[in-house]
Write a protein that binds this ligand. Structure first.
Ligand code: MG
Length: 428
């Protein structure tokens, strides 16, 4: 039996605002950050996880992680039953629950600890997280999911049916994934702080690198957006998908008007057109901007809101995030909901470490849940991977399936030391 003996936290921040990498209409100067947690077990095994933030407030997330210590230290962590119990214990803490419920700072901290626990268990099993999850039986997988608040859309039996349907093809799809990787798209050309020449150069480069989809940030100034989208469309030609992302900048009517102006350049999806809580607003926008697709999810706080977005027919593309909700357990629920409604999952990534984590979830979707990659792509942003021990690898516009054990979450010790806030050498 393996017991967690210590849990440590670190405030890690990268000064990305100096280069305007990651700039968009809502977030003009992010310093990509991680509230980082390490679980150590008595057999020497270790699991790492983190909450992604964009700078100020990372210390609040670190404090939220520390508030979970009593749920973690002293707990045994040997397999899927223990992972389900840990998730249940933290999400169900009646006093901490008051701070949400199941949303915001506390819920994100729970997600980081859950992810660290999955990192530890899959490392010990000698498998990359995606393959460890996909090695569990349909019964073990549904036992990870909290079906409370979901059963009007998805119950345990329906979830089992989805997983059993995918079971016979698991080995074939695993082999295909290891051979071919998983399709990616890139956001690197389109940050709002980049000038026209840089947008054009990076758009061309993306196509040359093998990407079939790029994404541009919009929502600052309409005339700028029309010009920039025109430049990108001309650079990539008619056959490459160009998505746009407003990062919640608009109200419903403004979103519709803005997209009418951009429509001549054939945007593939509009991402986060409005508040992530506005389920009916997304449905209204979707009805008016079709055939442009509506995508959201990186700020959707839990499985209950995703359920409503799907029930309301509000989204064409579901963008789950590895570090926003309650970790692997809740993301399994979200993958199952998406499969139930037949909506493709195209995860949010970028930031620091999100590509590393989220690739595993799409690979779980392919092998064990939806069983397909049709219209599914994982976001890719070429920043900060050098700080990870097992960084993502992109070849010809596709994520190469990780083979190292774990969740690819572990940051290099020298990076943790150098970017520790406020006393690391990068900040001194
Ligand atoms: Mg986005």
């Amino acid at each position: 039996m393996t017991t967690i003996t210590t849990m440590t936290t670190t405030d890690v921040r990268f000064p990305t605002s100096r280069e305007l990498d990651g700039s968009d209409a809502m977030n003009p100067d992010p310093d990509y950050s991680a509230a980082y947690v390490v679980l150590q077990a008595d057999d020497g095994s270790r699991g790492d996880g983190f909450v992604f933030t964009i700078g100020r407030g990372n210390e609040v997330e670190v404090a939220a992680l520390a508030a979970l210590e009593a749920h973690v230290v002293g707990r045994s962590l040997d397999g899927p039953d223990d992972l389900a119990a840990l998730s249940h214990s933290m999400v169900g803490d009646s006093q901490l629950r008051w701070l949400g419920p199941e949303k915001g700072v506390m819920h994100m901290a729970i997600g980081a600890v859950v992810n660290a626990a999955w990192d530890l268990v899959s490392r010990r099993a000698g498998l990359p997280l995606w393959q460890y999850v996909a090695s569990l039986t349909p019964e073990q997988l549904v036992d990870q999911v909290d079906f409370r608040y979901l059963t009007d859309a998805l119950d345990r039996d329906q979830a089992l049916e989805i997983l059993r349907r995918a079971e016979p093809g698991r080995a074939e799809r695993t082999a295909a994934l290891l051979r071919d990787g998983y399709p990616a798209y890139t956001t690197s050309p389109g940050w709002l702080g980049y000038d026209d020449a840089k947008v054009e150069r990076l758009s061309r480069q993306a196509v040359a690198d093998g990407f079939a989809q790029i994404k541009l940030k919009v929502g600052g100034d309409l005339a700028d957006d029309v010009r920039r989208l025109g430049i990108a469309r001309a650079a990539v030609g008619p056959d490459i998908r160009v998505a746009v992302d407003a990062n919640q900048r608009w109200g419903v009517d403004e979103a519709v008007q803005w997209m009418e102006a951009l429509a001549p350049y054939d945007p593939y999806w509009i991402e986060e057109p409005t508040s992530p809580d506005d389920v009916l607003g997304h449905a209204a926008i979707r009805a008016k901007v079709a055939p442009i697709k509506v995508a959201t999810g990186e700020h959707v706080q839990n499985r209950v809101v995703f359920k409503q977005l799907l029930q309301a027919g509000a989204i064409d593309v579901l963008q789950l995030d590895a570090a926003r909700v309650g970790g692997v357990n809740e993301n399994l629920a979200i993958l199952l909901l998406a499969a139930r409604f037949g909506v493709p999952v195209c995860p949010h990534a970028g930031g620091v470490g999100l590509c590393e984590l989220v690739q595993h979830l799409s690979m779980v979707d392919l092998v064990a849940v939806s069983g397909q990659t049709q219209d599914r792509v994982i976001e890719y942003v070429d920043h900060l991977h050098e700080h990870f021990e097992d960084p993502t690898v992109i070849e010809h516009g596709r994520y190469v399936a990780p083979t190292a054990p774990g969740f690819s979450a572990r940051m290099k010790q020298e990076s943790l030391d150098a970017y520790r806030f406020p006393d690391g050498s990068a900040w001194a």
